[in-house]
Design a protein around this ligand. Structure first.
Ligand code: RAT
Ligand code: ZN
Length: 433
């Protein structure tokens, strides 16, 4: 097969392979949605949401600084006013060349709209005609995503209330749930307060009763959500074991690990987010810090019956993290998270991971906060993954190996869908050192 044939085969195969998106912030319509008039819907979609994505809020503040538009004034504006402000300054008066801007353009184009409009009105008219439920099908079809994994924040009173009043809210075959529990490690006293209010007999000291009750809380919510894994975003300072955080160590050892081992479910750790360095920017105010890979190694070694899905936010951590994954079969690397979700870095990380791990990782997740973003996040990433694979297959051809369409198909299936799905199957792991 020559390079041009390879290029065609790989692009076609990667485009055609349905993706199981393992981490998003999109929700079933039962959680309420952007156009339902309540202002509280969790499923965000449409042009005003796309343009006010927090990545773009950060970008507009590089152009119109807070000295010209104080943050509180921006947040007091309606969603449409915020979107108009961002569209004018970031998309019309400047060239929309950043990855987050380009994403909006790709999305509009793939929806059949012209991305050159000077105002948002024509888009608003188009989106107003869509119905949330069938729009999900449309977006999934364009993005070729076969399953959307939610992020279900058990410590959000609003979201918990929805699960409690409508236990079937997660029952939509297009979506899977994930139990998100940052507070249990990031702020144990606040988590204890919340659990106590919910009727669990817990105290800040880890008595056997607190251990049992916290496990009961996790099991109750894993059952209720039918969650496919448990997730946390953790700071760069996260350590295991952590001499400064005894309750954190105990929570991991006595609560989280045994609960998940018993159920055969992974713990997804997203490590390296330094929260709120500029709180005035709200969701756009977080940043990145370098993390400690040895802590992940310690977890994988000490808990061979547990499974760990890990992504790190710092580019500098990626190589060492790949090496760690070579040592432990119970460690699955995933995605190019947040500030890494840019073409140059996706390419670099995907090459590095293939070179060190073959096809045994999950190269990407969308992190879509707004449903329509599935379209661009996957369009952009698929192209990069395909290009990297073409180079890698070309190297095999140079080595005299016969690369066939079956090889490409098998690899596409593993990378975009089955590595994640298989890893989440409720079976215990056994780390191989
Ligand atoms: O990428 C993002 O949108 C971040 O704000 C976070 O959602 C992050 O991905 C997370 O899940 O904490
Ligand atoms: Zn996320």
């Amino acid at each position: 097969m020559d390079r041009q044939q390879l290029q065609q085969l790989v692009s076609k195969t990667i485009e055609a392979q349905p993706v199981t998106d393992l981490h998003t912030h999109c929700y079933t319509p039962g959680f309420g949605h952007a156009a339902d008039g309540t202002g509280k819907g969790l499923l965000l979609w449409g042009i005003d949401e796309l343009v006010t994505y927090h990545y773009l809020v950060a970008e507009v503040y590089r152009i119109v600084p807070a000295s010209e538009l104080p943050y509180d004034k921006f947040w007091a504006m309606s969603k449409t006013e915020q979107a108009d402000h961002i569209w004018k300054h970031v998309f019309v008066e400047r060239t929309p060349i950043s990855e987050a801007c380009r994403g909006v353009l790709t999305t509009l184009k793939k929806l059949g709209l012209d991305p050159n409009e000077k105002t948002l009105e024509p888009y608003r008219k188009w989106f107003a005609q869509q119905d949330a439920d069938s729009y999900i099908d449309k977006v999934m079809q364009i993005a070729n995503v076969d399953s959307i994994t939610m992020t279900n924040e058990v410590f959000s009173d609003h979201e918990r209330g929805i699960w409690e009043s409508n236990p079937a809210v997660g029952d939509d075959p297009r979506f899977e749930a994930v139990l998100r529990i940052d507070k249990l490690l990031r702020d144990w006293p606040a988590a204890v307060k919340c659990l106590a209010e919910l009727g669990y007999e817990v105290t800040e000291q880890f008595s056997q009763q607190t251990i049992d009750e916290t496990r009961r809380f996790l099991n109750d919510w894993l059952d209720r959500m039918k969650a496919v894994y448990v997730a946390m975003s953790l700071p760069p300072e996260f350590r295991y074991p952590d001499p400064q955080n005894k309750s954190g160590n105990t929570f991991i050892e006595k609560v989280l690990m045994p609960t998940l081992a018993e159920r055969g479910l992974p713990w997804a750790m997203m490590i390296g987010s330094r929260m709120q360095v500029n709180p005035a920017l709200k969701d756009a105010g977080d940043m990145v810090g370098k993390s400690d890979i040895l802590s992940v190694v310690n977890l994988c070694a000490r808990f061979p019956d547990n499974k760990f899905m890990v992504t790190m936010l710092s580019r500098e951590n990626q190589h060492e993290l790949c090496v760690a994954a070579r040592k432990f079969g119970n460690l699955m690397l995933f995605g190019c998270w947040w500030f890494l979700n840019n073409p140059s870095i996706i390419e670099e990380m995907t090459r590095e991971r293939i070179e060190l791990l073959g096809t045994s990782f999950a190269p990407q997740h969308s992190d879509a906060r707004i449903l329509d973003q599935l379209i661009y996040k996957w369009d952009h990433s698929r192209k990069i993954i395909a290009n990297v694979l073409v180079d890698k297959y070309a190297d095999l051809v140079d080595a005299g190996y016969n690369v066939t369409a079956d090889h490409v198909q098998r690899d596409a299936r593993l990378l975009l869908r089955d590595n994640f799905r298989n890893f989440c199957q409720p079976t215990p792991a056994t780390a191989s050192a």
